[in-house]
Design a protein around this ligand. Structure first.
Ligand SMILES: [Zn+2]
Length: 422
């Protein structure tokens, strides 16, 4: 991207702390932020497009730290084992375009075999979507988190997700590296033997660890040797403790734990990714998609435990990053990921805390805090404008009026478009 773009709005949320600058402006040059400050301070070079946004706030592009680019019907996830990948990719790219237009300039795909190729097509400019960081395929033990028992053993093995033993895990990490993963995703918790909702478990307080400490430690060492961070799906006390003992970098979900384990998380400074939307959208779909009662009961237990631990985590000082854990249409549309900000505020975060958790802290989870996540000179120009002031009305983030990714206006109101062309 070449050229200059100047944005002005009633408020700019600048820097990692989202400092409110009234009557603020941002100058963008060659896809990067060249200057930010009050309208009077920021230069107005000749040959510069400018966009005027009254009654709006300019803030960093939204980042979803936990989502999936499955590209299959979200109510028929067993298709992940057998659906043709070209179809999945086409479907996922259309969902990713809408996600970008909804204000998400970056996202972390925490498990999908097609993630690396989606990232490539977006980075190469052939498709529109958030800048992706991807895990590639999940890594799961036999009978582990994502080793679905609703498909035959031979079909379940087609995706290459299952790895067991120290050697198996080291090999799985190397395969992900070869496929182009940006980080590794391990499944460390699952339901008990008679659980019906195996992947998440019928009860967050009755979770079973999927691997031994030796296995997880070996995977972490191999990932770190390759310069990759490791994320763990970990719900329940024993699996989260396993994650901490093995040196996992980021904990996904991370509820159903004791005060001692929470204190360890806080002390270590580790990020925990929220994933409230995943359950919120299941609950919204109960009736429309005729969820059986046992499944509703399981989600209700998870909902209560997640909320309980979220509130305790906030009090204790856990560093939360916002991740929606959305997986696609029809029940979990990626372009609704901003709901995570609204839910985090409903559950007790201040608006500014939620905005920080979904921008600069999320950028850290992507390993990109020095390049994205805040409006600062030198960073990539990933910026959204929302109506009003999101530090007072968090709902505003659900409908951005302008989306800029790396200095390019990718979505905006008709009014803004006209001003751009004029
Ligand atoms: Zn997930």
């Amino acid at each position: 991207m070449t050229g200059r773009l100047r944005l002005r709005a009633d408020i700019v949320l600048a820097g990692p702390e989202l400092r409110s600058i009234p009557d603020g402006a941002i100058l963008i040059e060659d896809g990067r932020i060249a200057a930010v400050g009050s309208d009077a301070q920021v230069p107005r070079p000749d040959s510069c497009q400018s966009i005027e946004l009254a009654d709006a706030t300019l803030m960093p592009g939204l980042i979803d730290c936990h989502m999936h680019t499955f590209g299959v019907d979200s109510t028929r996830l067993h298709l992940l084992a057998t659906e043709r990948e070209p179809y999945r990719a086409a479907r996922a790219l259309s969902e990713l375009m809408r996600m970008l237009h909804a204000g998400f300039t970056s996202a972390r795909c925490l498990g999908s075999t097609i993630g690396p190729d989606l990232r490539r097509s977006i980075d190469d400019g052939f498709a529109e979507g958030p800048r992706l960081k991807v895990a590639g395929a999940f890594i799961s033990s036999t009978s582990g988190t994502w080793d679905s028992r609703s498909v035959s053993l031979s079909a379940a093995r087609l995706t290459g997700e299952v790895a067991d033993g120290v050697d198996g895990l080291v090999q799985a990490v190397r395969q992900r590296v070869r496929e182009g993963a940006d980080f590794i995703k391990l499944g460390l918790s699952k339901g008990g033997v008679h659980d019906r909702y195996h992947a998440w478990g019928d009860d967050p307080l009755q979770q079973v660890p999927t691997y031994s400490l030796e296995e997880v430690t070996a995977a972490v060492l191999e990932a770190h040797r390759n310069g990759l961070m490791v994320s763990a799906h970990a719900i329940g006390e024993a699996p989260v403790r396993l994650a901490l003992d093995a040196g996992i970098d980021i904990i996904e979900h991370g509820y159903g734990i004791t005060p001692q384990t929470r204190a360890r998380i806080v002390e270590s400074g580790r990020i925990v990714v929220t994933t409230i939307s995943q359950l919120h959208f299941h609950r919204a779909a109960y009736d429309i998609h005729r969820y059986p009662q046992w499944e509703r009961d399981a989600y209700e237990r998870h909902w209560a435990a997640m909320r309980h631990d979220f509130e305790l985590g906030l009090q204790a000082g856990v560093r939360f990053a916002l991740g929606s854990d959305l997986i696609g249409a029809p029940t979990h549309p990626l372009h609704e990921a901003a709901m995570e900000f609204v839910l985090a505020v409903e559950w007790g975060m201040s608006e500014r805390q939620a905005l920080t958790a979904g921008t600069i802290v999320a950028a850290e989870a992507l390993g990109m805090a020095s390049r994205i996540g805040s409006i600062e000179a030198g960073k990539l120009a990933d910026i959204v404008a929302v109506a009003g002031d999101p530090t007072r009305e968090i709902d505003a983030v659900r409908e951005p009026v302008l989306v800029v990714k790396e200095g390019v206006v990718v979505a905006g109101t008709g009014r803004n478009r006209e001003q751009l062309d004029g």
